[in-house]
Write a protein that binds this ligand. Sequence first.
Ligand code: SF4
Length: 265
Amino acid sequence: MSIEDPTSFDPLERERWVRGTINDLNLRGILDRMDRNQKGELIIVDYKSGKAPMAKYKEPRFFALKLYAMLIKDELGEMPAELKLIYLKNSTIHTLKISEEDLIDVKNEILEIWENIKKAYKDDEFPATKNNLCDWCYYKPICPVFNDDAPSTEELRSINETIYDLKEEVEALDMFKDDNDIPKESPIGSKDRNKIQNKIKKIDPKKNCVIGFGITEKTIAKLRSADGLVVGSAICKEITRSLNNRQNPVTNVSKVVAKLRNKIS
Ligand code: SF4
């Protein structure tokens, strides 16, 4: 293999379950590989499908492996000597020697994170932080970073419960091949499938909407999560303004479109 010489190490274990408890925190994970090097030392190895960061940024990526090392030491009573991250995309290996002190640090760090999680849970406070993965995030349509009037957790819970109940009604209606067979005196006897589905569409916060007309520079930022926007007002206004000022409307409209696009990106 071009990444590492398979004869240079002895893979002790692959996909080993590791678990442990610190105070009231349960940790568990699957360690990709554990080797013994030629000196007989334990090496914790993890594969990454992505690209390696620059060497100067490598350290934070070892966080999970330090936790694995801590759990392995607790379980086997043997201190691992080194951590190894193998990045498959650009065939790069990053290594880090570790000491008992590193394990104490990582233990304190995970306990601090755990305390913060418990506090956030108690206060129901989970601030969203914009990051590179937002465009792939399932919650983007209801995330407060991208929506000025995103519903609160409580509102979302109630919305989800209502949607669940409505979907149950649709399922119950679908059990009848012919709507005429639905007993009129039953709880779904007077229900209309289309009306229920429209209701679901209307209240589902994950459902994006297509909005037309009345969209201006002032209002467009609020519509970031729409599937499509018809920006009539802003463009019409710009054409009228350009013609009145004897300017080229095409150039000016292009500028307006660029500006509007910026506001929703
Ligand atoms: S869209 Fe919101 S919730 Fe999703 S990753 Fe970005 S900030 Fe976090």
